[in-house]
Design a protein around this ligand. Sequence first.
Ligand code: IDP
Length: 143
Amino acid sequence: MALERTFSIIKPDAVAKNVIGGIYNRFESAGLRLVASKMLHLSKEQAEGFYAEHSERPFFAALVSFMTSGPVMVQVLEGENAVLKNREIMGATNPADALAGTLRADYAASIDENACHGSDAPESAAREIAYFFSDEEICPRTR
Ligand code: IDP
Protein backbone atom coordinates (compact mmCIF):
# COMPACT_ATOMS: atom_id res chain seq x y z
CA MET A 1 0.00 0.00 0.00
CA ALA A 2 1.22 3.52 -0.80
CA LEU A 3 2.27 5.96 1.86
CA GLU A 4 -0.50 8.34 2.86
CA ARG A 5 -0.47 11.58 4.85
CA THR A 6 -3.00 12.84 7.34
CA PHE A 7 -3.42 15.99 9.40
CA SER A 8 -3.72 15.93 13.18
CA ILE A 9 -4.34 18.46 15.96
CA ILE A 10 -3.65 17.91 19.64
CA LYS A 11 -6.38 20.20 21.00
CA PRO A 12 -6.01 22.73 23.86
CA ASP A 13 -7.37 20.36 26.53
CA ALA A 14 -4.74 17.69 25.80
CA VAL A 15 -1.92 20.25 25.55
CA ALA A 16 -3.05 21.58 28.96
CA LYS A 17 -2.93 18.01 30.35
CA ASN A 18 0.73 17.85 29.26
CA VAL A 19 0.28 14.67 27.23
CA ILE A 20 1.81 15.74 23.90
CA GLY A 21 4.60 13.19 24.24
CA GLY A 22 2.21 10.41 25.21
CA ILE A 23 0.08 11.12 22.14
CA TYR A 24 3.11 11.25 19.83
CA ASN A 25 4.17 7.90 21.27
CA ARG A 26 0.80 6.41 20.23
CA PHE A 27 1.30 7.66 16.67
CA GLU A 28 4.86 6.31 16.47
CA SER A 29 3.97 2.99 18.08
CA ALA A 30 1.30 2.50 15.40
CA GLY A 31 3.85 3.06 12.63
CA LEU A 32 2.95 6.67 11.80
CA ARG A 33 5.85 9.10 11.31
CA LEU A 34 5.77 12.82 12.06
CA VAL A 35 6.86 14.73 8.95
CA ALA A 36 5.82 18.21 10.19
CA SER A 37 4.89 19.60 13.59
CA LYS A 38 4.43 22.95 15.33
CA MET A 39 2.74 24.59 18.30
CA LEU A 40 0.24 27.37 17.57
CA HIS A 41 -2.30 29.42 19.45
CA LEU A 42 -5.10 29.61 16.89
CA SER A 43 -6.77 32.93 16.17
CA LYS A 44 -10.56 33.09 16.03
CA GLU A 45 -10.28 33.49 12.24
CA GLN A 46 -8.04 30.42 11.90
CA ALA A 47 -10.38 28.26 14.01
CA GLU A 48 -13.50 29.49 12.19
CA GLY A 49 -11.86 28.83 8.83
CA PHE A 50 -10.68 25.38 9.79
CA TYR A 51 -14.12 24.33 11.02
CA ALA A 52 -16.09 26.27 8.37
CA GLU A 53 -18.10 23.16 7.42
CA HIS A 54 -19.62 23.25 10.93
CA SER A 55 -20.46 26.98 10.89
CA GLU A 56 -24.23 26.38 10.97
CA ARG A 57 -24.08 23.82 13.79
CA PRO A 58 -25.31 24.87 17.27
CA PHE A 59 -21.94 24.01 18.85
CA PHE A 60 -19.86 26.12 16.42
CA ALA A 61 -19.27 29.14 18.71
CA ALA A 62 -18.32 26.87 21.62
CA LEU A 63 -16.00 24.85 19.36
CA VAL A 64 -14.20 28.00 18.17
CA SER A 65 -13.96 29.29 21.74
CA PHE A 66 -12.47 25.97 22.91
CA MET A 67 -10.02 25.71 20.00
CA THR A 68 -8.69 29.20 20.75
CA SER A 69 -8.54 28.72 24.55
CA GLY A 70 -4.88 27.66 24.58
CA PRO A 71 -2.11 26.38 22.33
CA VAL A 72 -2.50 23.37 20.08
CA MET A 73 -0.03 21.10 18.34
CA VAL A 74 -0.60 20.64 14.62
CA GLN A 75 1.15 17.84 12.78
CA VAL A 76 1.36 15.87 9.58
CA LEU A 77 1.54 12.10 10.00
CA GLU A 78 2.77 9.78 7.27
CA GLY A 79 2.36 6.04 6.95
CA GLU A 80 0.42 3.25 5.31
CA ASN A 81 -3.30 3.95 5.57
CA ALA A 82 -2.49 6.99 7.72
CA VAL A 83 -5.96 8.59 7.58
CA LEU A 84 -7.82 5.53 8.86
CA LYS A 85 -5.04 4.51 11.23
CA ASN A 86 -5.10 7.92 12.92
CA ARG A 87 -8.91 7.81 13.23
CA GLU A 88 -8.58 4.40 14.92
CA ILE A 89 -5.92 5.72 17.30
CA MET A 90 -8.18 8.70 18.17
CA GLY A 91 -11.44 6.82 18.78
CA ALA A 92 -15.01 8.07 18.41
CA THR A 93 -15.83 11.82 18.44
CA ASN A 94 -17.71 11.41 21.73
CA PRO A 95 -15.28 9.95 24.29
CA ALA A 96 -18.22 8.14 25.91
CA ASP A 97 -18.36 6.03 22.73
CA ALA A 98 -14.59 5.68 22.22
CA LEU A 99 -13.02 2.23 22.52
CA ALA A 100 -10.71 1.59 25.47
CA GLY A 101 -7.12 2.43 24.67
CA THR A 102 -7.94 5.19 22.18
CA LEU A 103 -6.77 8.77 22.69
CA ARG A 104 -10.27 10.09 23.30
CA ALA A 105 -11.09 7.32 25.80
CA ASP A 106 -7.88 8.03 27.68
CA TYR A 107 -7.53 11.81 27.43
CA ALA A 108 -10.88 13.44 26.51
CA ALA A 109 -13.45 14.68 29.02
CA SER A 110 -16.42 15.27 26.71
CA ILE A 111 -17.52 15.67 23.09
CA ASP A 112 -16.88 19.42 23.49
CA GLU A 113 -13.27 18.92 24.62
CA ASN A 114 -12.15 15.75 22.90
CA ALA A 115 -8.35 15.94 22.84
CA CYS A 116 -7.57 15.55 19.16
CA HIS A 117 -8.54 16.09 15.54
CA GLY A 118 -7.74 13.83 12.59
CA SER A 119 -8.67 14.19 8.93
CA ASP A 120 -11.54 11.95 7.87
CA ALA A 121 -10.44 11.30 4.25
CA PRO A 122 -7.38 11.78 2.01
CA GLU A 123 -9.04 14.78 0.33
CA SER A 124 -9.71 16.59 3.62
CA ALA A 125 -6.20 15.66 4.77
CA ALA A 126 -4.68 17.44 1.76
CA ARG A 127 -6.83 20.52 2.37
CA GLU A 128 -6.11 20.61 6.11
CA ILE A 129 -2.36 20.08 5.68
CA ALA A 130 -2.25 23.00 3.23
CA TYR A 131 -4.26 25.14 5.69
CA PHE A 132 -1.44 24.98 8.26
CA PHE A 133 1.76 23.97 6.47
CA SER A 134 3.70 25.17 3.44
CA ASP A 135 5.40 22.51 1.28
CA GLU A 136 8.78 23.61 2.70
CA GLU A 137 7.67 22.81 6.26
CA ILE A 138 7.03 19.14 5.43
CA CYS A 139 10.09 16.92 5.75
CA PRO A 140 9.78 13.56 4.00
CA ARG A 141 11.82 10.88 5.74
CA THR A 142 14.92 10.11 3.71
CA ARG A 143 16.35 7.34 5.90
P1 IDP B 1 -14.34 14.50 14.45
O1 IDP B 1 -13.50 15.52 15.18
O2 IDP B 1 -14.38 13.18 15.17
O3 IDP B 1 -13.97 14.36 12.98
P2 IDP B 1 -16.69 16.07 13.61
O4 IDP B 1 -18.06 15.54 13.48
O5 IDP B 1 -15.95 16.45 12.36
O6 IDP B 1 -15.85 15.03 14.51
O7 IDP B 1 -16.78 17.35 14.55
C1 IDP B 1 -15.69 18.23 14.69
C2 IDP B 1 -15.58 18.61 16.14
O8 IDP B 1 -16.73 19.36 16.52
C3 IDP B 1 -15.55 17.43 17.11
O9 IDP B 1 -14.26 16.87 17.29
C4 IDP B 1 -16.05 18.07 18.39
O10 IDP B 1 -14.99 18.82 19.01
C5 IDP B 1 -17.08 19.05 17.85
N1 IDP B 1 -18.42 18.46 17.89
C6 IDP B 1 -18.96 17.60 17.01
N2 IDP B 1 -20.22 17.27 17.35
C7 IDP B 1 -20.48 17.94 18.49
C8 IDP B 1 -21.63 18.02 19.36
O11 IDP B 1 -22.66 17.40 19.12
N3 IDP B 1 -21.50 18.83 20.44
C9 IDP B 1 -20.36 19.55 20.71
N4 IDP B 1 -19.27 19.49 19.92
C10 IDP B 1 -19.33 18.71 18.84
